[in-house]
Design a protein around this ligand. Structure first.
Ligand code: ATP
Ligand code: MG
Length: 265
């Protein structure tokens, strides 16, 4: 089971869009995926058409130690399951619970889970205790970056946090990849920022660039990933390409002609 955090303390760079659409693309290639929404904005939860107001248990109950992972999981489809978030997570109460304050809440709750090929964790745009709990749990990090000015601003703080968690508690933690998001090859700025990201992260930068694509922004309001909402769109195709990279599939691997049926729970 691969455990991956989508993290960057900068807001609005594509973390949630990547968590949701990478999950759907990995499921498209037959993988079973659990998405853990650790952001009180509940964007990943809503992107799967799940209404946080109607839930009895959420990731909040994992942080407070009041629920086991199995009790919180919502089934979106056969291969996509979600641990939803709640606005309650924003109050800071959850982090006061003993396991959460030690950074161990997610790890303890999810350690025994089986049946998934991937756990993808969507992080909030902060470097607080929630994020630390995520970094203590996962083994891999994907950093989505918006191809805009200031993309690398503040990144050293994120790298320092990763380094600290890696040295002190989670030696297996590593940055698997850096993902250029909202890329527009027609603008000099996008190309320059991409070059700068390349200088900074070298071969960690994915070959796939997620192009700016309005379908990616529209899909959440329909409660489904882009691959279901607009399968032919550049957005859906770019995330399929990312999934192939993440899976180590060859570049020219064919997309199955028929999309797997997604039953909505
Ligand atoms: P936050 O830090 O607030 O959690 P985030 O890093 O999760 O933000 P997203 O919510 O994924 O970022 O994206 C920010 C906004 O940009 C959203 O409205 C999303 O729909 C839109 N967006 C993300 N990626 C793309 C893209 N490739 N093309 C067009 N719009 C995009
Ligand atoms: Mg988000």
């Amino acid at each position: 089971m691969r455990t991956i955090a989508l993290t960057n303390q900068k807001g609005g760079v594509g973390k949630t869009t990547t968590a949701v659409n990478l999950a759907a693309s990995l499921a498209h290639y037959g993988r079973r995926v659990l998405i853990v929404d650790c952001d009180a904005q509940t964007n990943a939860t809503l992107s799967f058409g799940i209404n946080p107001a109607k839930l009895e248990a959420t990731v909040y109950d994992i942080f407070t130690g009041e629920a086991r992972a199995e009790e919180v999981i919502v089934r979106y489809s056969d291969r996509i399951h979600v641990i939803p978030s709640t606005p309650d997570l924003a109050g800071g109460e959850a982090e006061k619970a003993p396991a959460a304050s030690r950074g161990q809440a997610l790890k303890q709750a999810l350690a025994g889970l089986t049946g998934y090929d991937f756990v993808l964790v969507d992080c909030p745009p902060t470097l607080g205790l929630i994020n630390v709990n995520v970094l203590v749990f996962v083994e891999e990090i994907i950093i989505p970056m918006q191809c805009q000015f200031f993309a690398l601003q503040g990144i050293s703080l994120l790298l320092k946090t990763i380094d600290l968690v890696q040295k002190r508690v989670n030696p297996r933690l590593k940055i698997t990849g850096v993902l250029p998001c909202m890329f527009d090859g027609r603008t000099t700025l996008s190309r320059e920022v991409l070059e700068e990201i390349g200088r900074h992260f070298g071969d960690k930068v994915y070959r796939t660039r997620i192009r700016s694509n309005v379908r990616l922004a529209e899909a959440p309001s329909f409660g489904k990933p882009a691959i279901e909402y607009a399968p032919e769109s550049n957005g859906a195709q770019d995330y399929l390409s990312l999934a192939r990279e993440v899976l180590g599939m060859p570049d020219d691997a064919k997309v199955p002609a028929e999309l797997p049926k997604q039953e909505t729970a």
